[in-house]
Design a protein around this ligand. Structure first.
Ligand code: 13P
Ligand code: SF4
Length: 367
């Protein structure tokens, strides 16, 4: 077990209560908790829970602002597991982190695990002993992987600061090992001026040197883990062509977890915070097509009725794990906490937390 949790069970009947009644109960519990609790909400959360968030943000802002919210004993995270783990690692003594559904994971984060990363590291260091490799992990990874990079001279990054983290890692060593998102890694490599041929893809399913040719590995500046987000790989260049055929003036903005051909065809790419800012900045009447999770795109469309904002893939399956945080589960958590019962706490073992903190602090210092 890398992390431990206090698991409770939401009573089934909460799922049968009308939404308006639940909403009132959740607000009553929220008010009762007062300053003892802070609620952090990621932009992909549904509106039904997002209205309770005291702080909203992308992964970077939530880590940064969550770490600064030292006045609250209880940090309720409306997001997914790796975000709650990071909040715990950055929390002060005595703070508890609560995730309303402990099954809210991340498909991308699960593309790398500590066993395959350790194995890759020992194969790499044996194959290119003269090269100093800096490991970087995306925020979307387990606390054990954050601890691994902390212990091996690396850092964490998010989509909001990947470029800065890559420049830092390239100045520290001869090559960067980036996991678990191949696409964010390739897109960031291009941003920092690397050619696509400067990178190789390490496939953890291949037992022999990640399937990489030894000569190519010796030359590589970027070693990309073969992992992906199943939401962002549902966007294609053909969808962008179609949007431009329908309206040649459309502005296409995508998240950098999309594959390289999609990012190359788009007008701009950036983190969820960046996408929100750009939708606000573009002038009234703009047609904007956005390649990221549906909950965020729908919220942007509602917030800017003077613009025409829609999702690049209107048939996309939203991030199912982000959607696991529902109003009944949040109500149950808030009422339990207000009644003095701690439920669904997320913790990280001390030694792991210590090294994960080193990696997260390096990221925060780069900002
Ligand atoms: P942001 O850090 O841009 O919010 O992205 C997090 C994420 O999980 C995107 O899929
Ligand atoms: Fe993970 Fe993709 Fe969901 Fe983001 S959208 S939390 S990367 S599965």
């Amino acid at each position: 077990m890398t992390t431990s949790t206090t698991v409770g069970a939401m009573p089934d009947e909460l799922g049968l209560i009308p939404a308006e009644e639940l909403r009132e109960r959740a607000w009553a519990a929220r008010r009762a908790l007062g300053d003892r609790a802070v609620i952090l909400g990621h932009h992909y959360q549904k509106d039904e829970v997002m209205e309770f968030a005291d702080i909203t943000g992308d992964s970077f802002l939530l880590a940064q602002r969550g770490a600064a919210a030292t006045q609250a004993d209880l940090v309720v995270f409306l997001g997914v597991y790796f975000m709650a783990e990071s909040a715990y690692v950055l929390a002060g003594p005595g703070q508890q982190v609560i995730l309303p559904d402990l099954g809210a994971g991340c498909h991308l984060a699960e593309c790398a695990d500590i066993f395959t990363v350790r194995d890759a590291w020992s194969q790499l260091t044996a194959a290119i002993p003269d090269k100093r490799v800096i490991p970087l992990t995306y925020m979307n990874s387990g606390a054990d992987l954050k601890a691994f990079v902390g212990e091996h001279g690396g850092a964490v990054c998010t989509s909001g600061n990947a470029e800065r983290a890559f420049r830092w890692a390239m100045s520290e060593g001869d090559a960067v090992l980036f996991f678990p998102d191949e696409h964010l890694g390739r897109n960031t490599g291009v941003r920092v001026g690397l050619t696509e041929s400067a990178g190789v893809v390490w496939d953890p399913r291949s037992a022999d040197l990640g399937g990489v040719d030894p000569a190519a590995l010796a030359d590589a500046q970027l070693i990309l883990w073969k992992g992906f987000c199943n939401v962002h790989t549902a966007f294609t260049p053909a969808q962008i062509d179609q949007a431009r055929t329908a309206d040649p003036n459309v502005r296409v903005i995508v998240h950098p977890e999309c594959p390289r051909p999609v990012v190359a065809a788009a007008d701009e790419d950036g983190s969820t915070e960046y996408i929100i800012r750009r939708c606000a900045e573009l002038p009234t009447g703009s047609a904007i097509v956005v390649g990221t999770d549906w909950n965020l795109v729908n919220r942007l469309a509602q917030q800017h009725p003077d613009k025409h904002i829609r999702c690049l893939n209107e048939f996309i399956c939203p991030c199912v794990t982000m959607n696991r945080i529902t109003l009944p589960k949040l109500t149950w958590c808030l009422e339990s906490l207000a009644g003095g019962e701690l439920v669904n706490t997320v913790t990280v073992d001390d030694d792991m937390a210590r090294w994960a903190r080193v990696a997260l602090d390096r990221m925060l210092a780069l900002a």
